[in-house]
Design a protein around this ligand. Sequence first.
Ligand code: ADP
Length: 458
Amino acid sequence: MRTLYMRIIVTTMVIMITSAIIAFAVSNSYYQFYLKPEHDQKVTHIAKNIESIYKANNNQPLPAFLTAITDLGYKFHLVQQNGESQTFGEAFSSSKIEQADIAAVLGGETYHGIANYPWRPFITGFFDNDLANTIGVPIQADGQTYALFVRPDTTQQFGEMRIFLAILLVLTLLFSFLMVLISTRFVVKPIKKLTEATKKIAAGNYHLKLDVNRHDEIGRLANDFTKMSDSLERNEEKRQEFVSSVSHEIQSPLTSIQGFSRTLREENLSEEERSHYLAIIEKESKRLSLLSKQLLTLSSLDSEAEKEMLPYDVADQLKEIIHTTEWQWREKEIAIEIDLSPTTIIGDPKLLQQVWMNLVENAIRYTDPGGTVTIRAFGDKTGAQVIVEDTGIGIEKEHLPQLFDRFYMVDKSRTRTKKSTGLGLSIVKKIIELHRGAIMVDSVPGRGSTFTVSLPDK
Ligand code: ADP
């Protein structure tokens, strides 16, 4: 049974055969317990009628009378007192009968061979053409008592019906089998298609068109499969884009480091020039180091690294951030305003520290000297909100949708010279999502930006 097709066919056949066996056993038991006694009664009634009809018209010999009524669908076995016997109608398959039973009928009793006929699970006995499977009644003729055994001639009575039922049964089985053969193909076909599609995906071919027009489980599976292959394709594209961005971001500082170190090797450089180039080399290598650190952070966040969730006061954490970044805002003469009420949140303090640090550093970095950065934190029934607002350069509307994408920088030429990688906000978004929170940005170019982080209550 290597294929699903064979498995379904064999299972269906086993089910059909098992059902037939069970159905036969149940209906056979029904026959044995309810129909057989009724049948016995019916034949007893007929046997007694024959006896009384003969009694009323016994001007003809009994053998001639019995021969005449065999045409009505009954067969007879007549036994005389002296043991001689004669059969009328088609011969019995087995003429075995207890002598005591014959003697009892000759003595005036009725023999109920049909009701007492032994039964076996798969043999009804209804069609058994045995002398033991008859009704015996005493009958008077020529001044002596005979034992008359009667049973229906099933071949005569049900011959055509038996053929009809046999044809019905055989055709039902044959057609069921053919239908199963055909319908199984329809069930298995889309699965074969899915298997082919899986192989294609494994080989890296995501452009799939599964034309499975079904609305059942297999249709839904095909639908989900197509969605999965689309999402795999998008992921693959994103991965390639990411790899090329990473290579590009690494390549450009490396090129400038190489270029400046070559220049430094030239001897006719003033001390001032030399220190200028060294400063650039130092800045670029710092950028490279930051880049690799942020890439590591992103990859650990992507692999859903363990979070250490605990309740703590985010206001305290934000105050600490303001303290840590003091030299940056003091250097740029930026005013810091705070509105921090004690706000307990449940989160990973180390990860959220990076979020606040990125947002506050960005606010300082993209705000001109003399500007203001405002940091607010408050909580309500639904959760906590942290807002970082600046009076900086702002962001044009068209950049907002991509702002949180990896390596996205609004103004590459401007930010390239600064400590900037374009990864900060994507890390922020990832961490907030890991906390089931949300981040929103509102910005007016030339007036400033507001980043609002909402964290759920639990
Ligand atoms: P970067 O390392 O370049 O700061 P981010 O992901 O943190 O990377 O930010 C992406 C881009 O969003 C930045 O290059 C910058 O152009 C813009 N940006 C972020 N924060 C601000 C802000 N507070 N004001 C203006 N622009 C901002």
